[in-house]
Design a protein around this ligand. Sequence first.
Ligand code: GRF
Length: 202
Amino acid sequence: MERASLSTFKIAVLSSGNSRGSNLAAMAKYFAENRSSVSIAAAVFTVKNSPAIDVANMLGLHVEIISAKNMSYFETQLIRICEQQSISLIALAGFMKLLSEQFISSVAVPILNIHPALLPKYGGAGMYGMAVHEAVWKAGGQFSGATVHLVDSSYDTGKILAQKTVDVSECTSATEIGKRVLQAEHALYAPTIVNYLCSSPK
Ligand code: GRF
């Protein structure tokens, strides 16, 4: 029997501000439908009125709300959750805050992020949400897409793990590009997490 099938990996999903929770929902669906060895043990939010909290509650997930006004406090609480829940991986989904180098090394689990463009293009500070799709629209290129990458202490610079390209040549607005890219994000994130966890040396 393969080692991966014996393991259960618990992950924490982090969102800040007013995230929609669509990646959270897509992940939960994928893990359930594929009888995956990965499950979401904690959904962590930074504000109590995030729409994604409703998504997490509907999915029956364990929800934690931790203010990120003081990042040192946030990171300490996150380490507590990771230890309490035996978390193997943190997945950022609409989490716009920078995590410190000290946190990244102390938490000692991989941290992944999904970005709505083909990094290294259209990444960096200020490149999130519609700003990304507006920039792609203005540049008029044929392709955009989604990128899953490891998180370091800068915006969007960690090692790229997977990308999904989207042909946006027939899109008539930045909003339409965003919608198409979001579908690609939903298809890409969960399988990348599963592959990463199940193929990493333990
Ligand atoms: C996604 O577009 C993701 O790429 C970015 O933040 C957005 C989160 O959307 N990092 P949702 O909350 O998952 O719907």
